[in-house]
Design a protein around this ligand. Structure first.
Ligand SMILES: Cc1cc2nc3c(=O)[nH]c(=O)nc-3n(C[C@H](O)[C@H](O)[C@H](O)COP(=O)(O)OP(=O)(O)OC[C@H]3O[C@@H](n4cnc5c(N)ncnc54)[C@H](O)[C@@H]3O)c2cc1C
Length: 455
């Protein structure tokens, strides 16, 4: 079984799918999870020391989780609530972290070319539209905050409505904020390319290999075998909450996507933004979209709270109400897509830490390391956190220096049903705030959930 959605359906077959574990293996580092986090960690470990024995265990197939289901935005936005980082570590620390994340976008694009990852990276910038007065005001504030937190002012540009229409074919906006560098890619091509690169570097990959018991020095995989290693890494993002004792580590928030058939005729001519622009809006329940190289619009958004007791969006089935809202947004922003069929609908789970700040680290007593909690901002950030974690595992300095993501660990979420109620409140309050703002009003209740949302 491959993963759900457009990206798995349109990725070329892999040359070297990995086998299942079939015996006991000794390694220096065993990584649980074959997404961007696990594979970038393997990559950085092997790039730093090619003699290391690194094993990656994936329960399903490479890219089965969020790494194979996302919007493909390669963005420098921090996987964190920057107000939290600033309070804890100071403004200069946030500015350093932002520079590292901006550089990461260029590094991933450069590695894509150098390693032949084949992920269709196009750095066309991120363009966030305002579709109401409230969104426009938020973007003005956002631009000021981004500049303060270290984004070079010359890389942030305001586009007026005619420019937005000319460049994106988008109707009825009040303008947009463009941020460089940022771009889009094909997530499954990236995760497949990365897996092939790790295999070429000597990494041992095992698919269809669920880790059933994870402890200091060993990962047991039922009847398949055991991997023994002084270092164990948990790179399981939202799935982490299935591990014993980790249930409150993250809030699993679903994010959903739809993708059209390839555009043809007048729609294809009018929607000619094909340079890799990552396009979204500034609603509370914002959308994120890209125009794929094969001519589709892929658009996603949050809005489906997880089901109490059932947890994760494992199968990838998309919530009908959210897909209907996304389709409505698509037709509103780009009326030219009227009549264009929606071919793919899917979803995945985001891992949201209690403080909305991703982190990585190694417990020196057990040798168990972790990275994750990107809250929907992981395509570039996984590269950076994996590099920090690999440095910690190898006992060498992090090339990025001390960074907020290595310096803290969030406390757990409230027990159920409080966590579930929080997720319901987030989606409901933000959804109704958008409705009020779209009608020209002021949403007074949105601030009630900001304590939970990191916005
Ligand atoms: C719909 C959606 C849209 C998104 N859009 C964007 C975007 O446009 N830009 C952006 O920056 N970020 C985006 N994100 C977030 C980004 O995709 C993630 O932050 C990133 O992919 C996390 O990678 P990961 O490797 O940590 O986790 P995952 O990709 O989830 O990998 C974890 C892996 O662990 C495996 N696993 C779990 N348990 C076990 C076990 N017991 N044994 C073995 N293996 C196990 C899973 O099968 C899975 O493959 C989006 C996420 C979603 C869901």
């Amino acid at each position: 079984m491959s993963g759900p959605g457009l990206w798995h359906a349109t990725a070329p077959p892999r040359e070297r799918p990995a086998p299942s574990l079939a015996r006991d293996v000794d390694a220096d580092v065993v990584i649980v999870g074959g997404g961007f986090s696990g594979l970038w960690t393997a990559y950085h470990l092997l790039a730093g020391d090619p003699t290391l024995r690194v094993a990656v265990l994936e329960r399903e197939v490479i890219g089965f989780g969020a790494s194979g289901r996302n919007g493909g935005w390669l963005m420098a936005a921090a996987p964190a609530d920057l107000r939290v980082w600033e309070r804890r570590f100071g403004l200069a620390s946030v500015q350093r972290a932002q520079r590292v994340l901006i550089e990461a976008v260029r590094e991933v694009a450069a590695l894509d070319a150098a390693l032949g990852l084949g992920s269709d990276v196009r750095l066309g910038g991120a363009i966030t539209m305002a579709r109401s007065a409230a969104e426009q005001a938020r973007l003005v504030d956002r631009r000021a905050a981004m500049t303060r937190w270290g984004w070079p002012a010359e890389d942030l540009t305001w586009l007026d409505p005619t420019e937005v229409q000319a460049r994106l074919g988008a109707q009825a906006t009040r303008g947009a904020l463009q941020a460089l560098p940022c771009g889009t890619l094909h997530p499954v091509r990236l995760v497949h390319g990365l897996a092939a690169a790790v295999q070429r570097m000597g990494g041992m990959l095992f698919e269809h290999t669920p880790a059933s018991a994870i402890s200091s020095g060993r990962v047991e995989c039922g009847d398949l075998g055991t991997v023994r290693a002084p270092h164990v890494v948990l790179a399981t993002e939202a799935f982490t909450i299935e591990q014993p004792g980790q249930g409150r580590r993250y809030l699993p928030l679903a994010s959903t996507m739809i993708a059209t058939e390839p555009l043809t005729g007048p729609a294809a001519e009018e929607l000619s933004w094909r340079d890799g622009q990552a396009v979204g809006d500034a609603r509370h329940l914002f959308f994120y979209a890209q125009h794929t190289p094969d001519g589709r619009i892929a658009i996603g958004g949050r809005g489906a709270p997880y089901r109490l007791g059932s947890g994760l969006s494992v199968a990838g089935d998309a919530d009908p109400a959210t897909t209907a809202r996304l389709e409505q947004t698509l037709r509103e922003v780009w009326p030219q897509t009227e009549g264009v069929a929606i071919e793919h609908r899917w979803s995945g789970s985001l891992a949201v830490p209690r403080d909305w700040c991703a982190s990585c680290g190694v417990d020196r007593a057990t040798g168990i390391g972790w990275l994750g909690g990107y809250a929907g901002h992981g395509v570039a950030a996984t590269f950076v956190l994996a590099r920090s974690l690999a440095a910690q595992l190898r006992g060498v300095p992090d090339p990025a220096g001390p960074q907020p993501w290595t310096l803290h660990r969030a406390r757990g979420w409230e027990p159920e049903p409080l966590r579930w109620l929080a997720s319901q409140a987030i989606v409901r309050v933000l959804g109704s705030a958008d409705e009020v703002e779209q009608a020209g009003g002021t949403a007074r209740r949105a601030h009630l959930v900001h304590r939970f949302t990191g916005s």
